[in-house]
Design a protein around this ligand. Structure first.
Ligand SMILES: [Zn+2]
Length: 248
């Protein structure tokens, strides 16, 4: 089974990108992908817009089938009470499985006070936090998480884009040295994915597209590098199922 651990829906006001329900489903059907964890693109920084896109993702996941789940993206600089309330609504009421921080778009350093509050909330709700890394350094440098992942040992951290190629070594360092750190290596070149497979292994890696059209590009990297069917299954869905506690 293939599950895309990083998909987007909506309009992105930072990067001027778009993704809609129909497009996601069409690509997934075309590429043989069973389901996805769907998060908002970067909406306007208002609470009502945040709620609206979360509701839209929830409606989509319900309709799309049993292998679709939501990931909440809430600006960490919202008032803490507002942040917590929306995170709680997403997880407890809408069945969301994770929280997302995008340092470049949320203007949030992953080790600052507001982001630390996000990890507290994630710990309380027992969901992992996915953090965008790579584009948007220095905030998006995986090294920004060095202190954090040790301070919040009970929270699972998913390093989106594994630092991108330029900051990959920092992401790999975190995954090697901390049990609660996992890599989501979308857009990473095949040589670095091979390095990750050799050092941290498939149990720490999860397939994701970030953009559904990119899915076959990511899939061919794993299918080229991994011969063992069980290890391949682990990367294509197993790691995400375990980390996000997906009911499949
Ligand atoms: Zn993304």
């Amino acid at each position: 089974m293939i599950i895309d651990a990083h998909a987007h829906l909506g309009h992105d006001y930072v990067f001027d990108e778009d993704s809609n329900e129909q497009e996601l489903l069409e690509y997934y059907r075309q590429f043989g992908i069973a389901g996805a964890i769907v998060q908002p693109f970067i909406n306007r920084p208002y609470l009502e817009d945040t709620r609206e896109i979360h509701d839209r993702i929830h409606a989509f996941c319900k309709k799309a089938g049993r292998y679709f789940w939501g990931m909440a993206s809430i600006n960490p600089h919202f008032r803490p009470a507002d942040y917590e309330k929306e995170a709680e609504r997403c997880v407890r009421k809408l069945g969301y499985v994770a929280l997302k921080i995008t340092p470049i778009a949320h203007a949030a350093h992953p080790a600052n006070e507001d982001c630390r509050f996000v990890y507290e909330v994630a710990g309380k709700l027992k969901v992992p936090v996915m953090i965008h890394t790579g584009m948007g350094i220095p905030f998006a440098d995986p090294a920004s998480l060095l202190e954090v992942v040790g301070d919040f040992k009970d929270v699972k951290f998913v390093i989106a884009h594994a630092g991108s190629d330029m900051f990959f070594q920092q992401a790999l360092y975190l995954a090697r040295h901390f049990d609660n750190v996992y890599l989501e290596p979308s857009w990473i070149n095949i040589m670095n994915i091979r390095k990750a497979l050799e050092t941290v292994g498939p149990t720490k890696l999860m397939f994701s597209s970030d953009q559904a059209i990119n899915a076959p590009v990511e899939l061919v990297k794993y299918r080229t590098l991994i011969q063992d069917p069980q290890q391949l299954e682990r990367v294509l869905s197993g790691t995400a199922i375990e980390v996000f506690n997906l009911q499949v």
